[in-house]
Design a protein around this ligand. Structure first.
Ligand SMILES: NC(=O)c1ccc[n+]([C@@H]2O[C@H](COP(=O)([O-])OP(=O)(O)OC[C@H]3O[C@@H](n4cnc5c(N)ncnc54)[C@H](O)[C@@H]3O)[C@@H](O)[C@H]2O)c1
Length: 332
């Protein structure tokens, strides 16, 4: 299949591009490199450096590359920034998705997989989170993801779009062979932040609150490995039923606390990784982990990485050998 991957030079997208190339698909990465990295793009894929807002370029790329399906990763994804600047988020995430879907409709491309987020649930009434729970996002980032899901559902009814929303929990880890991994600037994700302390790039890791109603008082999250995400995306696009909108929680089903994660990182790195407890961040739900039963049942999926140590090991291999991310690839 010829698949256009928006945001395929980014963290999750680049690992998914590799899974698609490994399966023999023809991949065109469409990325403006605002956050992504040219070096993260698999050599077997073509890279078009352009913005999603560029209607003409999007349209000519779809025609020239004979695109049959689209995977949509390109977005802004910082919760705090979305609260400060919601209009930028609605334009980058919602308006650009409308442009993308319009281009798809005019080129009769009806297969679509979308990076949604567990942020669509807001603060869930219970854990593990099932797809039937209410969707009440508590920040503009989560709301943009939910609006795009509505768009997908409406386009299925109106012109037969077949689409899947994958509501990831926390993407984590790096390619097993150590060649690609996470490189965000600024980095807000916990595992790379913890590993940056082990590399001496920060003095300590801050734990935001340890008085939550959780087993050890720190927040609990679900870390799904990027290579597992790659396989889920591949399966979802290959098995997309026509004209149907589907949605799945994508997590391991295992909740890991911040304190457990730091302890695992100390084991993996052999570094003391100093930590200090600071005030809670507003809007941080105490526990977020997935019930992945629907994904397992309908897409026949089981995570290869269920142990947080294994996931951290792959991340550590990447960060240790690329302390400045793609800017300093010691192995290249
Ligand atoms: N990382 C996570 O834990 C996580 C969790 C849930 C959902 N998601 C979603 O997954 C997707 C990918 O996340 P990520 O962590 O890989 O982010 P990322 O920032 O690493 O990747 C996003 C990519 O999109 C590109 N991009 C952004 N705006 C663009 C535009 N207007 N035109 C063209 N390209 C553009 C960037 O250059 C970048 O390469 C996002 O949609 C995010 O909301 C991520």
């Amino acid at each position: 299949m010829r698949i256009l991957v928006t945001g395929g030079a980014g963290y999750v997208g680049s690992h998914c591009v590799r899974a698609l190339c490994n399966a023999g698909h023809g991949v065109v990465v469409y990325d403006n490199l605002s956050k992504g990295h040219r070096q993260a793009v698999d050599d077997r894929a073509e890279l078009v450096v352009a913005d999603l807002a560029d209607r003409d370029r999007l349209s000519s790329t779809m025609a020239d590359q004979r695109v049959e399906a689209v995977m949509h990763f390109a977005a802004l994804a910082e919760v705090g920034e979305s609260v400060r600047d919601p209009l930028t988020y609605y334009r980058a995430n919602v308006a650009n998705s409308v442009t993308l879907l319009e281009a798809m409709r005019s080129h009769n491309v009806k297969r679509f997989v979308f990076s949604s987020s567990c942020a669509v649930y807001g603060i869930p009434p219970a854990v593990p989170i099932t797809e039937e729970m209410p969707k009440r996002p508590i920040n503009p980032y989560g709301r943009t993801k939910l609006v795009i899901e509505w768009l997908m559902e409406d386009c299925a009814a109106a012109w037969g779009l077949g689409s899947t929303a994958l509501r990831y929990f926390n993407a984590a880890g790096a390619a097993e062979d150590g060649t690609i991994g996470e490189d965000h600037d600024p980095e807000s994700h916990l595992i790379p932040r913890v590993l940056q302390v082990a590399l001496g790039q920060h003095d300590e890791i801050k734990v935001f609150g340890d008085d939550y109603d959780t087993p050890d008082g720190s927040c609990v999250r679900d870390y799904v490995h990027v290579e597992d995400l790659g396989e889920i995306h591949r399966t979802a696009i290959e098995n997309q039923p026509s004209g149907q909108f589907r949605f799945y929680n994508v997590g391991t089903g295992v909740g890991v606390s911040v304190k457990e994660l730091i302890a695992a990182a100390r084991d993996v790195t052999g570094h003391a990784i100093p930590a200090s407890i600071v005030a809670r961040r507003p809007g941080d739900p105490p526990q977020l982990f997935a019930d992945p039963a629907k994904l397992a049942r309908e897409l026949d999926w089981k995570p290869q990485y269920r142990d947080i140590r294994q996931t951290i090991e792959t991340a550590w291999n990447w960060h240790r050998d690329h302390p400045s991310g793609f800017g300093d690839p010691k192995r290249a």
